[in-house]
Ligand binder design. Structure first.
Ligand code: GLY
Ligand code: MN
Ligand code: MN
Length: 442
């Protein structure tokens, strides 16, 4: 049995933190339910299983409903592993992997059989969805305990960083293939298929639904469809797509043109430099809200430099709310077991909320950055018809070059998103750019 690997260290760290959290909150044991399958109304088809993120924090198991972990001070974690005798579906394979030797393993074939193995003395904290209740074992999700765990989860262990680097490396060939498909004139569905093939994922494996938009669709922040028809003219392409490794996500966006339209290419180049400068702002101790506000200043400067807004300083463009018309979302979020990982607004390990800057309702992270946190940096600049219509109705409308806006609207917009790990000192690690460099895709 190896106890000196990065996974063993990760598990030992979780055990230490859980023991401390149990002691501080007056509990004797922590039970974590992986979750249950949920069925469509009046149907016998289950939705895609989404495991409890607390469960996959401990174990690299993502397709394992009806399983449990029991954590107590001074004991190895007990894993109650559900492996049904099912000939309709492929049951989870026999337990295998490094984790097996580091836990006390119990295999069950009926969900109800878990009960006997959950009976541990004392006061229990049970983390799970309400549906996961099993007899007397009803999830109680004690907030004071969850706060301690959620606060800590933002900082990744060495093992977690390895999974997240691998998740970026898995997504990058998909991004490369998707761009090639775009350049070849493919439809959105064809591009999506090219992405899945190159990442060796199916839709079920993706950490979130791919966002694949051509032309004006690039302006829809979370564009949820994929056109089967090839557009007669394929001018621009925005892809926001990630991959998963052992339950950890990457979240990557790229925007491409065809190198033909000078205005759009200049805007792309300006956004690329701004994005890289913003990544460089990810430093130990920096308030992430400041990076968001810095994005507004940079977007405002670009709007001026590119002649989209005239005769206004970047400060005035921000103050008038014009930068929000073109950049209406947050600069990013915590990333990890969930694409929008939990704990982004916490004021401290015992809870509380750090507010979003006024007028910025969509920012998902307000905490100061700590070494080991992984965040996304995803500035955007879009031509969104409904927001432009509102801008047209303001007094600032006269400062906007609407001809230019109309021209650029045909390209939809731009977002560039990397996954970035904060370091103790110096510039951050850019998981995404490192992965692109590895496959020689720049
Ligand atoms: N893919 C969703 C996001 O970037 O937040
Ligand atoms: Mn994204
Ligand atoms: Mn994101």
């Amino acid at each position: 049995m190896t106890t000196n690997t990065s996974y063993a260290h990760h598990l030992a760290g979780l055990q230490r933190e859980a023991e401390a959290a149990l002691a501080r909150t007056g509990h004797d044991a922590l039970l974590i339910a992986s979750g249950v399958e949920k069925y469509a109304f009046l149907d016998d088809r289950p939705y895609l299983f989404q495991p409890n993120p607390h469960f996959k924090h401990w174990l690299p198991l993502t397709n394992h409903p009806y399983s449990w972990i029991v954590i107590r001070a001074g004991h190895k974690p007990r894993v109650v592993y559900y492996q049904p005798d099912d000939y309709w579906h492929v049951p989870p394979s026999d337990p295998s992997g490094e984790w097996v030797d580091l836990v006390e393993l119990v295999v069950i074939s009926e969900p109800g059989d878990a009960v006997d193995h959950l009976k541990v003395p004392g006061k229990l904290a049970i983390i799970g969805e309400a549906d996961a209740a099993l007899g007397e074992f009803k999830p109680n999700n004690p907030p004071e305990l969850l706060n301690l765990l959620h606060w800590r989860r933002a900082v990744k262990s060495g093992w977690e960083l390895e999974q997240m680097r691998a998740a970026s490396r898995r997504a990058v060939p998909g991004h490369v293939a998707a761009r090639e498909a775009f350049l070849a004139g493919a439809s959105e569905i064809e591009i999506h298929r090219a992405y899945l093939k190159a990442t060796d994922h199916t839709d079920r494996d993706l950490p979130y639904t791919n966002i694949i938009g051509l032309n004006e669709h690039c302006a829809v922040l979370h564009y949820q469809y994929q056109d089967a028809l090839r557009p007669s003219q394929s001018r621009s392409f925005l892809i926001d797509a990630g991959a998963q490794v052992n339950g950890y996500a990457s979240d990557i966006t790229r925007t491409w043109g065809r190198g033909k339209d000078a205005d759009f290419e200049a805007l792309l180049a300006a956004m690329e430099s701004a994005q890289l400068a913003l990544v460089d702002e990810v430093r130990n101790g920096v308030d992430y809200r400041e990076i968001h506000l810095s994005t507004h200043r940079r977007v405002a400067a670009i709007l001026g430099e590119q002649g989209i807004v005239k005769h206004m300083s970047p400060e005035a463009i921000v103050a008038e709310g014009i930068s929000s018309t073109f950049f209406p979302h947050g600069i990013g979020h915590l990333l990890g077991l969930q694409v929008h990982d939990i704990g982004g607004f916490m004021a401290g390990e015992t809870g509380g909320t750090l507010p979003k800057p006024e007028g910025h309702p969509f920012l998902r992270l307000t905490r100061p950055l700590q070494p080991g946190m992984v965040v996304t940096i995803e500035p955007g600049l879009y031509f969104i018809p409904t927001l432009l219509k509102k801008l047209r109705a303001t007094s600032a409308a006269s400062q906007v070059d609407w001809e230019k806006v109309d021209h650029l609207s045909r390209f939809g917009g731009i977002r560039i998103e990397d996954d970035v790990a904060c370091r103790e000192e110096g510039p951050p690690e850019n998981l995404t750019r490192d992965a692109f460099a590895k496959v020689g895709a720049g």
